[in-house]
Design a protein around this ligand. Structure first.
Ligand code: PAF
Length: 281
């Protein structure tokens, strides 16, 4: 596995692979790699000739400087854990990715204003800025993203829809620990005691799904909020039942519409997100 640090070297690598008619799968990450990332890499490896993984903690997507500082980083361990799964790991510096300060604003048609976007202003503009830059220098055939960051996937698909990049977006199912907690780089920040309580989010999602055949989205949402109110360990930030494409809140389940329940909640000071499809068309 090659380690590349500069844009010019990665462009050179991609150009050469393309000249050999090799397909390229790209997995962008912010490091602190876990089973969820490994699932993306395994799928990319199964479907492409060459796999590139980037590790870059992107400062522009953090609306809170403290959150950026405390984001878990362990590049050496990360690189070691993916050796057999990728051909190139791209680990650029902040200066490499942002040679000048960028204030570029993307029109994401309001998709970035709800749920995560409401509580993390500017977050998705930063995500799109870096992914746009990655797609410019890594002209991959396929890019792999996890469903856990459901809103992020919808927004990145919107970026690609503009026609600027020819990459195809592949969405991979959320990988969960045995007790149902979705793998996340933030899970390591939970104390042992709180970690035991963390599966509550997924259990609530599952129960909500089981109600979708008899209750309205309004009643399910109300029930979810009540469950979180009863649980003193969690502070619910939002729960929303949304259309899987427009991210607009759903009033009634319809056969033509896929409905997803998205949740963000704090357990201690650790912010956890998860989602589950309640109704599939
Ligand atoms: O999902 C992530 O880890 C990040 O948001 C991404 C897509 C790598 C952009 O920094």
């Amino acid at each position: 596995m090659k380690i590349i640090q500069t844009s010019s070297d990665i462009i050179h690598f991609v150009t050469f692979a393309k000249s050999q008619h090799q397909t390229i799968g790209f997995v962008p990450t912010m490091g602190a790699l876990h089973q969820g990332h490994l699932a993306l890499l395994k799928q990319a490896k199964a479907e492409n000739d060459v796999v590139i993984c980037s590790i870059f903690v992107n400062p522009t997507q953090f609306n809170d400087v403290e959150d950026y500082k405390k984001y878990p980083r362990n590049v050496e361990k990360d690189i070691d854990s993916i050796k057999s799964l990728c051909d190139v790991v791209f680990v650029p510096s902040v200066e490499e990715m942002y040679p000048t300060i960028s204030n570029k604003m993307y029109d994401l048609e309001g998709l970035d204003m709800v749920m995560e976007g409401k509580y993390r202003p500017g977050h998705f503009n930063g995500v799109v800025m870096i992914v746009d830059r990655f797609f410019e220098i890594i002209a991959a055939d396929y890019a792999y993203f996890g469903k856990k960051d459901f809103q992020q996937v919808v927004i990145i698909k919107k970026l690609v829809e503009t026609g600027k990049h020819s990459v195809r977006i592949v969405t991979v199912d959320t990988v969960r620990e045995e007790d149902g907690l979705a793998y996340s780089s933030r899970n390591v920040l939970l104390s042992a005691g709180k970690r035991k309580e963390a599966p509550f989010i997924y259990q609530t999602l599952l129960q909500a799904k089981s109600m979708a055949c008899k209750l309205s989205p309004y009643d399910i949402h109300k029930w979810v909020v009540e469950e979180f109110t009863k649980n003193n360990s969690f502070k619910l930030e939002y729960a929303a039942i949304v259309d899987a494409v427009s991210l607009k809140e759903i009033k009634d389940f319809k056969e033509s519409q896929e409905a997803v329940l998205c949740i963000a909640a704090f357990l201690d000071n650790v912010r956890l997100i998860d989602n589950l499809e309640l109704y599939k068309k």
